[in-house]
Design a protein around this ligand. Sequence first.
Ligand SMILES: Cc1ncc(COP(=O)(O)O)c(C=O)c1O
Length: 380
Amino acid sequence: MRFETLAIHAGERPDKAFGAISVPIYQTSTFAFEDVGKTRGYDYSRTANPTRKVLEDTLAQLEGGKAGFAFATGMAAETTVVHLLKAGDHVISGDDVYGGTYRLFQNVMHDLGLEFTFLRMNKRQAIEQAIKPNTRMIWIETPSNPLLNITDVEIVVDIAKKHDILTVIDNTFATPYFLRPIEYGVDLVVHSTTKYLNGHCDVVGGAVVTTTDELTQKVQFLLNAMGTCASPFDCWLVLRGIQTLPLRMKKHEENAMAVASYLQSHKAVSRVLYPCIESHPGHEIAKRQMKGFGGVVSFELKGGIKAVDNFLKRLKVFSLAESLGGVASLAEHPATMSHASMPPDYRAKIGISDSLIRLSVGLENIDDLIADLEQSLKPK
Ligand SMILES: Cc1ncc(COP(=O)(O)O)c(C=O)c1O
């Protein structure tokens, strides 16, 4: 079955019990045993739950992986994945990952004995040079948040395989509709399902998709042992969102392209970051590697923090809010919001300036979105 069909039919649908077309929400913590030592397939919802299972099977099929796992948040998924490692192991990570990922690595896992090297993943030589005898994992985020840098997944996988290193990709921005990392040989895919997969800003959730039986067993063990799983109702919301993922992603991209080209022509804007733009350093890789460029556009305003403040205050259709990937357009200021957990000198080093604004372009009428940007960018 093709992507659009899987998004609607993957997993056990209709439900086996009564043929419900909408996946039932099995809002139960526990399940009655048929007999001593004999379950009906489920015993306790932390370990497994039928609603969660449909979402997990859907995620696995959409990514083309072995098994899927649904988590309480994207960070819960990431936390679980890094627990595949042990103290003393070394991780190479993109330097421009989501601020919360950086914080988890640098301020939590580092204290537990993991070692991290953060670098821009755009040069084969730099990645190869960063490898140490104890390197066990390479963490990719492409397109990256909020700079929309593109990593050539094939190159990273090639390096990793030669050194027997696990590759993990955060596929939140592209979604499996635009990027299928497992086809390039990536070992594990993680998601914040909070974003495009759910698509309606009404849930926080995460996901992991595995590629081997060994990784499946390990992730299942950690999810159960650490209790990082998603609730049945949240799974149901993500499942509902995924049914329209292909339609939404196409429209997000169409609107994002129009927004990017409008911003490029505006006098108050000094730089637009969107992989569809030909001068974007990752444009050629993105064109080859992805089926679409996504719905997030970042840009810098002339006039520093004052101009940013004025712009954000005046928006009417775009809301000033964290997060992205929902039907409603959002604007945010990475330096004080999504990436505030990165130290200012680190942000400056990787290119997140105080003038940078990230837009999650939603599904509203494009004329209304452009008009909103226009009135907010007008000189005061
Ligand atoms: C790329 C990326 N990965 C992971 C996360 C963390 O996900 P969550 O907020 O669902 O914990 C985010 C959140 O913004 C994100 O943008």
